[in-house]
Ligand binder design. Sequence first.
Ligand code: SAM
Length: 252
Amino acid sequence: MSIEVKADAAWRRLHEAATAPYKTAGQFAWRFARGKLGRDPVFRGLIERGLIDERHRRVVDIGCGQGIFASLLASMGVMQSRPGQWPASWGKAPAQVAYTGIELMSRDVDRAEASIGHLQPRPHFICADMCSTALPACDLVVILDVLHYVDHAAQEALLRRVRNALKPRGRLLLRIGDAGSRRGFAISQWVDRTVTRIRGHRVSPTWGRTLPDWKALLEGLGFEVQSLPMSEGTPFANVLLVADLPDTQPTP
Ligand SMILES: C[S@@+](CC[C@H](N)C(=O)[O-])C[C@H]1O[C@@H](n2cnc3c(N)ncnc32)[C@H](O)[C@@H]1O
């Protein structure tokens, strides 16, 4: 007889498992991980909508911060392998993910290494500028709240390289702020600057686009794009773009 696993209880267990390793890197890293994973609707949203599935074995996380997404993926794999822990409604998550995280800030990479660097398979963190570092071949690219840090030309150049790194039927999960929604976009910019300062980083200008502009850019690169509002419970204008490549790679 199959047991129905309740989604809320499963999420609490997943949240605990994915954030516990950050205790090793100190109170800040742990509290930050707990707050981010608990309050930002995108992580649970991705899982509940089945947007990360068993085909996504090679994952590149651009602007990965302290690697919360890597920890989440690893905990998903573990929970799924244990009877009675993974809700059937969440679909099949990938097991044994080969993860590469790219992050500009060495402090974040250090925290990631100290917390989850020992996981098996071992996550690979690259401390580098996403605009110039090579992207490995992959099935899934995740870019959450990162592209606005670089100008429009750099955004387009990076997305072109993402498209080229993804295999046919590969997926890009890109969360952006919709600059067309002025109030929400302004609030997210203000919070972003404040958090950037608290994390000890230099605050630089940011570059936004409206949702139709983001979609047009991705479609021009050969992606099929769906957009999902992804700021539930927050005052932001965040949108998750699920951008899929077709079976055959479009010409560069
Ligand atoms: C708002 S945080 C989001 C972190 C993570 N994606 C998440 O959702 O938890 C943006 C991250 O992008 C990183 N970042 C900004 N510009 C970058 C660049 N040029 N190359 C690599 N990482 C960058 C920042 O250092 C920061 O860790």
